[in-house]
Design a protein around this ligand. Structure first.
Ligand code: ADP
Ligand code: GLC
Length: 492
C-alpha cells in the first residue's frame, strides 16, 4: 500500500458518493478528486465507502480486513480493503449486504422514496470511520485525521467524541446544509451513542435527531466548500435552522473552494466531444456547438446565444427563474439546452417549455455524463441561477471549456465568477434580473473578439485541486493541534 511523505498525515475520507461509481451530485466529484490531489501533495490517504453494489463491483483487489459482526441491523458485515479503479487509491468498503446491497440510489429507492433504514445505513459509515480512527478496525493503518463529508459520514465525529476520545482529529465538510439527515427522535435508540448526545447541545434538533449536527458540533474543524457559503450559513437566511450552531463554532468554520478534476474535464482530451479544443484552437468548440445543435434538433444557427443548464432539478437551483424568463429569452433569440432530473413539477415544466418552443428549447430529463460534457462544450453560456449554492461545479466546468458562466451572486458562484471578466453575474433572485443578465451576455456575444478574450481568460484560470488540497492539509494541522489542546467531548 502507498505510504505518504514523512510527516504527512494519514487521512481517511469517509463519504457516501464517489464518481464514477455512485453519484447524485458534486459530492461525488469532490470525493473522487480531492483525495488523489492530497496523495499527490504527500499525504497517506484512504477512502471509506458504503458497500453499494457499484462500489463492490468496481474496487480492485478487495480483501477482508475485519469482521464487523452483527451491527445496525446488518446480520453480517465485513470491512474490505481494495483500490479505487483509475486512481488506485486504497479504499475501505463496508460490505453489509442487508444495508447496502440493493438496487436503486444511495439514499432512495428507484421510486424516489427515502430508504427507511437510512439512519442505520449511515450510522454504520460513521461508526466504522470511528473504529478505524481508534485502530480497532485495521491496526495496520490508523488515520491521524478523519475527514467526514456531509451528513452521511457525520456520525463519525460523535462516535469519536463519545467512546474514543483519544482517536484522530476530525474534520467535517458541509457540502450542502440543506440536506441534514433528520430522523425521528425514537431512532436514537439504534445509534449506540450515550444518552448525553440526545440533547440540544448534542444531536437533537427540534425534537428530531440530526446527523448534520454530529459533524457541526463535534468535529475539531468544520469546513464548507466556498468562503462565501461559510459566511452565509452563519446567517438566518442560509442557515437552514442551524445558523446558531454554526455561529457557535466561531472561527472553527472556514470555507475552502472546490477544485475540479482537470483530467476528467479537459476539452483538449475529452473523448465525449465531437472535436477537441483548447484556448489556442477554439475552432473545435464551434464544431462541438454545431454537433450539439444537430444531435439535439436545435435550429442550426451560429449566431444566437446557446445557453445550457446541467443540473439537479430542485428548488435550490433557481430554475423557476429560467422558466419564468424563458418566453422572453426565446423571443430575443436565445436557444436553451437543458439536462437534469429531480422534482417532478420542474421536470414537467421544462418538458412543457420544450413543446412550446420547438427548435429553440431542448430538454433531456435524465442523467448522462457524456452528454453533460457535450452540453458544456457545445454551449456559449452555462447558466447557474441558484437561490443558494455551496460551491457549484458546473460553472467551473464552463470556465474550463470556454463556456461563459452566467450565475447568481451567491455562495461559491460569486467566489468563482468575476462579472464582466470571466462571466456574467446577477444579484436578485428574479426573472427580470436573470433576463437582464442574459441580455448583457448577448450584447458581448455580438462582439466575437471581446467574447473570445473572455473565454480565454476563463480557460486560463487555475481551478485544479492542488491549491485546495494544500489548504486542507494546513487545516488538518490546526485540527490536530486543537484536538491535542481541547478535544471536542460529549455534552456534559
Ligand atoms: P450539486 O452537487 O448541488 O448537484 P454541483 O454543481 O456541485 O451541484 O455538481 C453537480 C454535478 O452533477 C456536476 O458534475 C454535474 O455535471 C452533474 N450533473 C447534474 N445533473 C446532471 C445530469 N442530469 N446529467 C449528468 N450530470 C449531471
Ligand atoms: C453540494 C452543493 C454544491 C457543491 C457540491 C460539492 O451538492 O450543492 O454547490 O459544489 O456539494 O461540494
Amino acid at each position: 500500500m502507498t505510504a505518504g511523505l514523512p510527516g504527512a498525515p494519514r487521512v481517511l475520507h469517509a463519504a457516501a458518493e464517489v464518481y464514477p461509481l455512485v453519484k447524485t451530485g458534486g459530492l461525488a466529484d469532490v470525493v473522487a478528486a480531492l483525495p488523489p490531489a492530497m496523495a499527490a501533495a504527500g499525504a497517506d490517504v484512504r477512502l471509506l465507502l458504503p458497500g453499494f453494489p457499484q462500489v463492490l463491483d468496481a474496487v480492485t483487489g478487495a480483501r477482508p480486513v475485519c469482521e464487523l459482526g452483527p451491527c445496525f441491523g446488518a446480520l453480517r458485515a465485513q470491512l474490505l480493503l481494495g483500490r479505487m479503479p483509475g486512481t488506485h487509491l486504497p479504499a475501505y468498503v463496508i460490505d453489509a449486504p442487508h444495508l447496502y446491497r440493493r438496487d436503486g440510489g444511495p439514499y432512495q429507492a428507484s421510486d424516489g422514496t427515502e430508504w427507511p433504514d437510512n439512519q442505520r445505513r449511515f450510522a454504520l459509515l460513521g461508526w466504522v470511520g470511528a473504529h478505524l480512527a481508534a485502530g480497532e478496525a485495521d491496526p495496520q493503518w490508523v488515520p491521524e485525521v478523519v475527514h467526514a463529508h456531509d451528513w452521511h459520514a457525520a456520525l463519525a465525529c460523535a462516535y469519536i467524541a463519545d467512546h474514543l476520545p483519544t482517536a484522530a482529529a476530525t474534520v467535517y465538510t458541509v457540502h450542502n446544509l440543506a440536506y441534514q439527515g433528520l430522523f425521528p427522535h425514537d431512532d436514537w435508540a439504534l445509534l449506540g451513542l450515550s444518552s448525553r448526545f440526545m440533547a440540544p447541545a448534542g444531536l437533537e434538533f427540534h425534537g428530531q435527531l440530526s446527523f448534520m449536527k454530529a459533524g457541526l458540533k463535534f468535529a475539531d474543524r468544520v469546513t464548507t466548500v466556498s468562503p462565501s457559503y461559510a459566511r452565509e450559513i452563519a446567517t438566518h437566511e442560509f442557515g437552514c435552522g442551524l445558523d446558531g450552531v454554526v455561529r457557535g463554532r466561531g472561527t472553527d468554520v472556514t470555507g475552502i473552494l472546490n477544485g475540479i478534476d482537470e483530467v476528467v474535464w479537459n476539452p483538449a482530451t475529452d473523448a465525449a466531444l465531437a472535436e477537441r479544443y483548447d484556448a489556442e484552437r477554439l475552432d473545435g468548440k464551434l464544431a462541438c456547438r454545431r454537433a450539439l445543435q444537430t444531435t439535439l434538433g436545435l435550429e442550426a444557427d451560429d449566431h444566437s446565444l446557446l445557453l445550457t443548464i446541467v443540473s439537479r432539478l430542485t428548488a435550490q437551483k433557481g430554475l423557476d427563474l429560467v422558466l419564468a424568463a424563458l418566453p422572453g429569452l426565446v423571443r430575443e433569440g436565445v436557444q436553451l439546452a437543458l439536462q437534469g432530473t429531480g422534482d417532478a413539477a420542474l421536470e414537467a415544466a421544462f418538458r412543457h417549455a420544450e413543446q412550446a418552443h420547438p427548435g429553440r428549447v431542448r430538454v433531456h430529463i435524465g442523467y448522462d455524463e457524456a452528454r453533460a460534457h457535450q452540453l458544456v462544450a457545445g454551449a456559449d453560456v452555462i447558466a447557474v441561477p441558484s437561490r443558494f449554492e455551496p460551491c457549484g461545479l458546473t460553472q467551473l466546468y464552463g470556465l474550463r471549456y470556454g463556456t461563459l458562466p452566467l450565475v447568481r451572486r451567491v455562495g461559491g458562484l460569486g467566489d468563482t465568477v468575476r462579472d464582466g471578466a470571466t462571466g456574467f453575474v446577477f444579484e436578485a433572485a428574479s426573472a427580470e434580473a436573470l433576463q437582464a443578465c442574459v441580455r448583457r451576455a448577448m450584447g458581448l456575444h455580438a462582439d466575437p473578439t471581446a467574447w473570445r478574450t473572455m473565454m480565454r481568460r476563463g480557460m486560463a484560470q487555475d481551478h485544479s485541486w492542488a491549491g485546495p488540497a494544500r489548504e486542507y492539509l494546513a487545516l488538518y494541522e490546526q485540527a490536530r493541534l486543537a484536538r491535542r489542546r481541547s478535544p471536542r467531548l460529549a455534552p456534559a
